[in-house]
Every structure is written in C-alpha cells, then in structure tokens.
Design a protein around this ligand. Sequence first.
Ligand code: GLY
Length: 331
Amino acid sequence: MKRRKFLKNSSTATAALVATPFLTSCKEEVNPSKAGVAANTKAIYPIVICTWDFLNASTKAWEVLSSGGNALDAIEQGVKVEEDDVTNQTVGTGGRPDRDGTVTLDACIMDKDGNCGAVLAMENIANPISVARKVMEDTPHVMLAGQGAEQFAYEKGFKKVNLLTEQSRLEWWEWKKTSEYKPIINIENHDTIGMLAIDKNGDIAGGCTTSGMGYKMAGRVGDSPIIGAGLFVDNEIGGATATGMGEEVVRTVGSFLIVELMRQGKSPQEACEEGVKRIMAKNEGRNDFQIGFIAINKKGEIGGYCIQPGFTYRTYSEEGHINNPSESYVS
Ligand code: GLY
C-alpha cells in the first residue's frame, strides 16, 4: 500500500536541498576517449541513483559517499536498508514468497574493476547483497545458487532467519485461493532495488537485490542477480540497472546493452530509451508488463526510462535528493 500510495503522488518530482558537511563534490575534466562523452565537460560526483523512491536506501548510500566512503560500500549499505525493511514486500526479509510459500532472494554486486558476485534463489539469509559481495571477494566464482549460496553464507557467519513475515504469509494464503498469476503493473510485484553510485574518486559500483516476482514458480530467477541483465558497470563508461519483468530484461541483456550504448556515445537517457525500445521490438503488440531502466555515465549524468507510466527513480548528491518521474514508452 505504501508504494501504491506513493505512485499516485509521483507525477511531480520532489526535491530537497541537502547539507553536505563532509565533502565537497569533485568537478574534474573527463577524458573523452575513455568516458565516451563530449570533450571539456565537467564530472560531478559523488552521486547515487536507485530505482523507485527508495529514500531511506539512497540516504544511507549518500551518508557513505558524502563522508568519503567508496561506491561499493555505499551500494552495499544502501540496498541493505531495503533488504532489512520488513514492510517492503519485494526485497529481502518480508519479500513475497514463491507459490509454495518459500521466500527466495536474488542479488548481485559489481565494482569498479569489473569484479562481481551474485546469489540466486537463496533462502533463509537476510542480506543477499552482502553474501553476493562475499562471493565476489572471497571465492573464485561469480554466482552461487540455492543451497550452495545458503551454505556459503553460514560459513561466512550469516545467521539463519525466517524471511516470511506474517503479512506476506497471509497474503500468500489469500493468493492460493485462486492461484491466479497475473503480474500487476507497478503494484508491489517488481519493485527491485537497483542502485548505482560514483564515489569521490570517480569510481562506479552497482548492486541489485530482489525477492523476485511474487508467487513465482519455485526455482524461478529473474534478471536481478544476472550480471549484464539486472546490473552492469564499466568504470570507464558508466552503469545501468533494471527493475520489472526480469525475463524480458534477460532476453536483451538489458543493463549491458545500455552501458554499451553509452560507450557508443549515447547519453544515459538515450541509452535507457533504446534499451526499452529493444524490448518492445521483441514484444510487438504487448505492453502489459513493466520494466524500468536507470543509468549513469562517468560524468554523473543520469537517465531513466520505462514501459508503463508510474516508474520513478531517486538520486542523491550534493545538489540534493530528488525523486524523478520516469518518462515511459506507453503514454
Ligand atoms: N526484476 C526482478 C525480477 O524479475 O525478478
């Protein structure tokens, strides 16, 4: 309900000025040959951007960035806020279960050096983003799935928790009466948090975490933990991340596509629009689903675009925090 209420009120961007006692934003020349951007433009960072109006998560990430922390820590600390929010039924603890009543979580993280880690369909662990970071930093692998991911988490000191809250359990019981599976656009079903950050050194990191589609088939995994689909970062160019119907994002390797489009000279906004158009080209006549992309380039320029009206994305920088209503393919 909280998200629905917000979406009704999201047609106008809300901005607030932010006191930044810790740090002055960096403004430096960007090497155009490396960044794929116009010559003599200024880069402004730190900055964080995330899907939807996740104010608490972006505030936490900004706290890390504005006190001089690095982008990777900002991402992990930021998205963890949503993983720990039991009222958020699309990420972490409190997430909606699959159709068998089991909550399974997906997450991935990527750093400035192209290192990445992911966990897929992991049960009983509250912070998949932190386990994904451990996969990245402490193993020779990129992805761990299911019981292997859970076992690894225990070995790293994570505690077993019950991810199914009473609210989500009761709603699942209600759903079982019909077992009708029809994802409803913008209604509590795909509110993945994807986050991108640039720190004071100009380095970029990103993360993406979700409980996936509510009442999905057991074992279903979407785009969110798939590097290139739900998230991609190239420290020379920028980053992109996605929310929405993961299957369609995977089919176009959406986030990688958007970063590559920025490499070719498109702005983050143009690249996000092209990413959505590629998906729609494969779904002629069908627009009954939502996908939202956000992107940032090396300069700290941002963009966002979606299929259906209603998607927003939040930015936080020295200039303030703002909830941006996204333009959409369908008017
Ligand atoms: N984008 C989240 C999912 O489809 O699982």
